[in-house]
Design a protein around this ligand. Structure first.
Ligand code: UGA
Length: 435
């Protein structure tokens, strides 16, 4: 079996590489010549643990190749994945599908023999049907099926999420397309991964409903954290106490500064848009979106309050800028809301992030960056942890205290223990736990 993966962004590159690791011949296609030249030499354009080794091994084995020539790649492929970007459009949270439809037109022009065309990008309900219509219009004679196969991998854990998924969802309506997809995912049958075959629309909606549910779960525990702070309860234990109920589950119940990233914010908006358009508004999701936006801003107020009500002229040291650890992705990161508010109130910001500083330097202004966690703390009036990178979990606390001009620590990810921090002599603030 040969597959073509159109788009070498996050989803395209990871899934193309992982399919090749499963033994399938994969050609990854992208219009960006520089990116493709780099990939041919093993230069990985994103930070994702383990991806470089997989790309290298599979390129050397000849199963994984890179090209800018869509025609050549698509002509020979049994299956063509569309994994191009779907950025937020101009209209009220609606995803911009122009790249998807453009890819569909280009594919239509070149396919030969029976071909399955699969949308891998996160696309709103109805997109698969439109792709089908476009290809049929361009090539009435073509023998093809359109399939939806959303991706559920998380940045930072993408390889293991792809290799050992909780489930695979395939919106395929013909027996031929179902058989081809089943063959493609055959390696996962060995580990008994549930494979769910659905209609196109159902598969598309599962992707959005899944992300919106997880965003809701996070927002729920964040609201519980707010309440815990008022009534003296501990959100860690509340999360554990409810999460042990198998109907609720323990995952995605970590209170924090609000969710960010390239998926939850964009996908909740797009789902809310689709729902409004179809006269079935998802008011719960709309509430989650506005609560989360407000929460990120509220974190800045929390920091200011902990700094005695003002950060005017103060130096604030920030650890962690990316939206979560193990990524260099800054998209919709809480740091992008929190830092500018602190700056607008007169704070000077020094920051350190293991992978995100290059990207952050284009998105934030007037931030001084350090080479390591300790360098930024010198004479700072407070230390704020925004992202829970492992290397921040066991800081040398006496060194931290000696560097800071006052021992104020605001831990927005709850990675330290309030009792221990008190013992160490810190004025410590965390999320939803009694102090
Ligand atoms: C998310 C989903 O988890 C993936 O299943 C999905 O495939 C992906 O979106 C996508 O649609 O492409 P990702 O955005 O990489 O993955 O990151 P997550 O690990 O889900 O974290 C998202 C945000 O929620 C982060 O800002 C994280 O800090 C926050 N979060 C997560 C919490 O605040 N608390 C939690 O308990 C979990």
């Amino acid at each position: 079996m040969r597959i073509a993966m159109i788009g070498t962004g996050y989803v395209g590159l990871v899934s193309g590489t992982c399919f090749s690791e499963f033994g399938t011949n994969v050609v990854c296609v992208d219009k960006d010549e520089k990116k493709i030249e780099g990939l041919k030499k093993g230069v990985i354009p994103i930070f994702e643990p383990g991806l470089d080794t997989l790309v290298k091994n599979n390129t050397e084995a000849g199963r994984l190749t890179f090209t800018t020539e869509l025609e050549e790649a698509a002509k020979k492929a049994d299956a063509i994945f569309i994994a191009v970007g779907t950025p937020p459009g101009e209209k009220d949270g609606q995803a911009d599908l122009s790249y998807v439809y453009q890819a569909a037109r280009e594919i239509a022009a070149v396919i030969e023999g029976y071909t399955v065309i699969i949308t891998k990008s996160t696309v709103p309900v109805g997109t698969g049907r439109e792709v089908e219509r476009i290809i049929r219009e361009e090539r009435p004679d073509a023998d093809f099926d359109v399939v939806s196969n959303p991706e559920f991998l998380r940045e930072g854990a993408a390889i293991s999420d792809f290799m050992r998924p909780d489930r695979v969802v395939i919106g395929a309506e013909s027996k031929r397309a179902q058989d081809l997809m089943a063959e493609l995912y055959r390696p996962l049958y060995l580990i008994e991964t549930p494979i769910l075959f659905t209609k196109l629309e159902t598969s598309e909606l599962i992707k959005y409903a899944g992300n919106a549910f997880l965003a809701t779960k996070i927002s729920f525990i964040n609201q519980m954290a707010d309440l815990c702070e008022k009534v003296g309860a501990d959100v860690h234990q509340v999360a554990k106490g409810i999460g042990l109920d198998g109907r609720i589950g323990r995952k995605f119940l970590h209170a924090g500064p609000g969710y960010g990233g390239s998926c939850f914010p964009k996908d909740t908006q797009a789902l809310a848009f689709t729902a409004r358009e179809n006269n079935a508004p998802v008011s719960l999701v709309e509430d989650v979106i506005s609560y989360n936006d407000e929460r990120k801003r509220r974190m800045a107020k929390k920091i200011i309050a902990q700094c005695g009500g003002s950060v005017e002229g103060k130096k604030i040291a920030v650890l962690g800028l990316t939206f979560k650890p193990n990524t260099d992705d800054m998209r919709d990161s809480p740091s992008l809301d929190i830092i500018p508010i602190l700056q607008s109130k007169g704070a000077r910001i020094s920051a350190y992030d293991p992978e995100g500083m290059e990207e952050a330097s284009h998105l934030l202004s007037d931030v001084s960056y350090g080479k390591n966690a300790y360098e930024i703390m010198d004479k700072a009036d407070a230390l704020v942890i925004i992202t829970e990178w492992n290397e921040f979990r066991r800081l040398d606390l006496s060194r931290v205290k000696s560097l800071l001009s006052s021992p104020v620590m605001i831990d927005l990810r709850n990675i330290y223990n309030p009792d221990e921090m008190k013992e160490e002599g810190f004025e410590y603030l965390c999320i939803g736990r009694p102090l």
